[in-house]
Design a protein around this ligand. Structure first.
Ligand code: NZQ
Ligand code: ZN
Length: 395
């Protein structure tokens, strides 16, 4: 194993921590841009409480609202323009992953010359990463993406319907205020999709990472087991603050880089899913619930021992041998049943999606994430035909 770990985000976790927003923000300036989505934070009262905390700390604000789920490049450009013309010192993201991702790129847009889409891989010859950004404070209202404590952002170019990602040091939030009370109003379906998303963040590295990372295996298993224990409680009773807190902590850990450290893992399931949520505007976590089990059945053929380990350690399935394929497949079935039990779709047809565009999804996946040989990185490497095969199994 050989690795570096870097994560500069100051994490403040716990019920009621939203009250610290003003104090935390005031360390970065006197004028903030608050980025929000379609209105949930206004309805829940979170916005008013955020503003009260800022006012008490002497921080003024302007607003950039209306960021859509699966955020569009035009919204990001609009927010960058507001922050620049208003002379904001700091950007506050108050919302789900879409709001946080958009806010990060808005913060970078203030300094970025030219077309923002050049940050995002989409088949272009030269990619230009952002090098500077305004300080960002994240305040997640949904437990899912882990965007609050990582350097990534996922944006859709609505002109081409390509969804792509950027990761850069300057996009790490300065602080993440993670207050589980803010997630009490998340509806059942989005709660379940968040649980699926956070689990998939760690299954990616568990199944696609390099060999010889036993501690990271245990980290990933711990995240999965925690999500399987507490996720259904949060879905069944949204007002269960303890369940909300456990799920949210799991979602932070799942993608703040710690579990993946040293795994050097690509994220093939994510790369495939992004093309589906880009074209059909479905929730990312719902898309993952469809793609991940189908991908697992495909990948298990070339790596049965790893999937047998998953079956044994997560679901207690007895193994007849280290490479017990029957047990491996049982584990995947159990995982899929779990996703269904909390209300996730596990087939494209449940989202009204047919098989007409399977080739298009595969092409778009490779456009964004393919290597020079037209393959998608992962274990195993996937060709366009492999991606189509996985998706056909998920129709
Ligand atoms: O827009 P509002 O009105 O706020 O409503 C949202 C939205 O409709 C609602 N919601 C959020 N918090 C709520 C709430 N409703 C009631 N009460 C609350 N407290 O939930 C809906 C979905 O929100 P969204 O932000 O889109 O969901 P999520 O957090 O799952 O984010 C998904 C986006 O993140 C990207 C995805 O691709 C997708 O675009 N990802 C970002 C990653 C990252 N930066 O590290 C990694 C992920 O793998 C993912 O790809
Ligand atoms: Zn995800």
């Amino acid at each position: 194993m050989k690795f570096e770990y870097y994560n500069p985000t100051h994490l403040i976790f716990g019920a009621g921590t939203l009250a610290r927003l003003g104090e935390v923000t005031s360390a970065y300036g006197k004028k903030a841009m608050i980025v929000t989505g379609g209105g949930s934070v206004k309805r829940s009262g979170a916005f008013d409480r955020a503003v009260a905390s800022l006012s008490a700390a002497g921080v003024s604000f302007v607003e950039c609202d209306g960021v859509e789920p699966n955020p569009r490049l035009s919204s990001v450009a609009r927010g960058g323009e507001i922050a620049r013309t208003e002379g904001c010192d700091v950007v506050i993201a108050l919302g789900g992953g879409s709001v946080m991702d958009a806010a990060k790129v808005m913060a970078a847009a203030v300094y970025y010359e030219g077309d923002l889409w050049e940050m995002f891989p989409h088949g272009q010859a030269n990619r230009r990463l952002p090098e500077r950004a305004l300080p960002v404070i994240t305040v997640p209202t949904l437990a899912a993406t882990g965007s609050e404590m990582n350097s990534g952002a996922v944006i859709t170019d609505e002109k081409t319907t390509i969804k792509s990602f950027v990761g850069a040091k300057c996009l790490y939030p300065k602080a993440a205020i993670v207050d589980p009370e803010l997630t009490l109003s998340v509806p059942k379906d989005q709660t379940a999709y968040g649980v699926c998303d956070l689990i998939t963040h760690v299954t990616e590295s568990y199944f696609n990472g390099v060999d010889g990372t036993p501690m990271q295996d245990r980290f990933a298993e711990s995240v999965i087991a925690t999500a399987i224990e507490w996720g259904p409680k949060a879905v069944a009773d949204g007002s269960n603050l303890e369940a909300r807190a456990q799920v949210q902590w799991a979602s932070v850990v799942a993608l703040n880089g710690w579990v993946q450290t040293g795994c050097m893992s690509p994220f093939p399931v994510h790369m495939i899913e992004h093309t589906i949520s880009a074209l059909h505007d479905i929730a990312h976590g719902a898309g993952l619930a469809i793609v991940n089990p189908a991908w697992m059945r495909f990948a298990a053929k070339s790596r049965p021992a790893r999937f047998a380990q998953f079956a044994h350690r997560i679901f207690g399935i007895e193994l007849k041998s280290e490479e017990d394929m029957e047990a491996a497949l049982q584990g995947i079935d159990r995982f899929e049943e779990f996703l269904r039990s909390i209300g996730c779709p596990t087939r494209l047809s449940e989202c009204g999606i047919g098989d007409e565009l399977l080739n298009r999804y595969a092409e778009d996946t490779l456009l964004v994430a393919g290597n020079a040989f037209g393959q998608l990185a992962g274990r195993p490497m996937m060709t366009q035909a492999d991606i189509v095969e996985v998706l056909r199994a998920a129709v």
